[in-house]
Design a binder for this molecule. Structure first.
Ligand code: SER
Length: 614
């Protein structure tokens, strides 16, 4: 019998509850205090301070299902398993249980609760490097569960290491990471494709094996000299892809066939008269449409609107690609209006705010869709003319780069669409060379650059350097200072901290005058000079509100929360200068912050303001 997504969610929650785990509310897709990362990309994102040693208000055993976006996968969408939007089922041990319990429970969940057949499951473990030994402990646990040696594979840090930045070399100072042990499902009905290597194995990309979950043993922290130190605790960070586990449970190697995606495909089939799975190009376009509409709806529901920057630009890209690939299917109008309701229908029981937002999302997308369809139609005429000419030789990339730039500048036709056009015509272009030349032309013309956003799409992240931590505490001071100067109508709208500066968005009834701004800066520096202690307390949510701690309205909080205080003391928290719902980390005393300067103050919306400080 088909395992549905709702049933899987229930099973997962029940399983971890019986093992004394508490559910942590998932965070929004656009994280609040994460400087360079555009979107929530993993379940552990909200847990970084706790993995680094802070105390979590709900204890040491946690679980949830977190929505995420992985922008770097956008070009991979079209095969049987890549998606930009995903849901990750996670459980965590913050210095409580470790490998033995985790591996046994992970196995029990997959084989007993979900009923996956053991014969289809394969395991990978960390092979070891010069500095970090082979994970023999996990190997013997897997063996004690009856896994034969022939089904255990060893890989290095490129596959069996996890951190938000990827491999150890790419991790910034202060970032937590660790070795992993992953479980793969083998779809025996998919033949190995020798294009991906002579022999198939769990990490082969041919589609026969699907990684369904990842046990990360978060044990290390990157140090300044590039080495790794042990974290205060040995933590577990488990992530299981909801779509992928469903695909395995239903013995279908195609994640687009499961019930969080297939109804969208079916709608596209009805609207276009095309059959899913028949022709490769049509199938690919259908997968792109169904993945992108899901991501787009979820992003819009979390408040993202199409724009030329950051998160808004990613949403815009998704919508434009839908128009583009819809056209390939002969689906030339009302794509989003038709597909948004299907996404709402699939998820309305899980994300209860979706139905009330459906209309507004539809109209937002419709406007964007119509606008882009015009651009596309005009540009494609030009592209057609150009690409049908036989060019060759070493000037090909240069010619194409100039055309792509011209199309962008005159019609706003995005370069990635141009690359897609080239790809579709199977023209042999050196994409790296093309990109270099395109960028060169771009900067020569000093056009408004979307490059920054593109770079971020590769997935940057928050670092936990001392500087970032200092700016984090300074942000709390700034928040309170704004209340002091502007009164109680100030509302935090966002915060973004890097090791270079802090950025704080807030709404207020009026713009501050120059002298008010000076006052804000003076208050912050006064509080820094007063050398106030920074400390926290874990309290029930109701109590936190009672003592006047400032919460972030866009976030859902669990029953117990952590409140950070600047000044005051445990016996008289009321006298603290600032009180805020926050996970940390922070400096211990404000004197560690040093002098703060407000660099810029600007209006970014009708009642929305932004401050940069350093
Ligand atoms: N953080 C790990 C991942 O995202 C496990 O949850 O794969």
């Amino acid at each position: 019998m088909m395992l549905t997504h709702t049933k899987l969610r229930d099973k997962f929650a029940q399983f971890w509850k019986t093992k004394s785990h508490k559910e942590i509310p998932p965070i929004p897709l656009v994280p609040k205090e994460d400087p360079t990362t555009l979107f929530t990309g993993s379940g552990m994102q909200q847990l970084v301070p706790y993995l680094l040693g802070e105390t979590h208000p709900l204890g040491k055993r946690l679980y949830n299902i977190q929505r995420g976006i992985r922008t770097q996968d956008i070009d991979e969408v079209g095969d049987n398993r890549h998606t930009t939007f995903f849901e990750m089922m996670g459980n965590w041990s913050l210095g409580d249980y470790f490998k033995k319990e985790q591996i046994v429970w992970c196995w029990d969940f997959l084989t007993k609760e979900i009923g996956l057949s053991k014969s289809n499951l394969f395991i990978s473990v960390f092979a070891g490097t010069k500095f970090i030994p082979r994970d023999t402990e996990s190997i013997s646990i897997w063996k004690s569960l009856g896994t034969p040696q022939s089904k255990i594979f060893y890989y290095g840090p490129d596959k069996n290491w996890w951190s938000r930045a990827g491999i150890p070399d790419n991790m910034p100072v202060g970032e937590p990471g660790g070795i992993t042990s992953e479980v793969f499902y083998e779809f025996t009905q998919v033949p190995h494709n020798s294009k991906f290597g002579p022999k198939c194995h769990p990490n082969c990309d041919c589609g026969r094996f699907l990684e369904i979950c990842n046990n990360v043993f978060m044990q290390y922290k990157k140090e300044k000299d590039g080495s790794f130190s042990e974290l205060p605790n040995k933590n577990v960070d488990f992530g299981g892809g909801l779509e992928r586990i469903l695909a395995a449970a239903n013995e279908n190697p195609d994640v687009f066939k499961i019930d969080v995606l297939f109804p969208i495909i079916q709608k596209v089939e009805t609207l276009t008269g095309k059959k899913y799975g028949k022709k490769f190009d049509d199938t690919r376009s259908m997968r792109i449409l169904s993945d992108h509409i899901r991501s787009a709806v979820m992003l819009a529901a979390d408040g993202v609107i199409p724009s030329n920057k950051d998160q808004g630009y990613f949403l815009r890209r998704l919508l434009r690609r839908m128009v583009r690939f819809g056209k390939n299917l002969g689906f030339d109008k009302e794509i989003t209006v038709n597909l948004v309701p299907i996404v709402v229908e699939i998820f309305k029981k899980v994300y209860k705010d979706l139905p009330s937002k459906q209309k507004i999302i539809q109209s937002l997308f419709e406007t964007e869709e119509i606008k882009f369809r015009n651009t596309l139609n005009n540009a494609q005429h030009e592209v057609e003319k150009f690409l049908s000419r036989p060019f060759s030789g070493n000037k090909l990339e240069e010619k194409y780069a100039q055309l792509a730039f011209d199309l962008y500048q005159s019609m706003g036709y995005p370069v990635e669409m141009f690359i897609e056009d080239v790809r579709q015509r199977k023209i042999n272009l050196d994409i790296n060379k093309f990109h270099t030349l395109y960028k060169h032309t771009f900067s020569k013309h000093q056009a408004v650059s979307k490059e920054g956003a593109d770079k971020k799409f590769k997935g940057g992240l928050a670092d936990n350097s001392e500087k970032t931590i200092r700016y984090h505490t300074a942000t709390h001071l700034l928040h309170q200072a704004l209340f002091d100067v502007l009164g109680n109508q100030v509302r935090q709208e966002g915060s973004n901290i890097t090791s270079d500066r802090l950025r704080f968005d807030f709404s207020a009834p009026k713009k501050m005058s120059g002298s008010e701004l000076k006052k804000v800066e003076a208050i912050i520096n006064k509080k820094i000079a007063e050398a106030l202690d920074v400390w926290y307390k874990i309290v029930p949510k109701t109590e936190a509100y009672k003592i006047g701690a400032r919460a972030f309205f866009k976030e859902k909080y669990p029953e117990k929360v952590k409140v950070y205080f600047v000044g005051g003391s445990i016996s008289s928290p009321q006298t603290a200068y600032s009180k805020e719902f926050c996970g940390g980390p922070h400096v211990k005393n404000t004197k560690e912050i040093g002098l703060v300067h407000i660099l810029k103050y600007e209006k970014i919306g009708s009642t929305l303001y932004r401050i940069y400080a350093k």
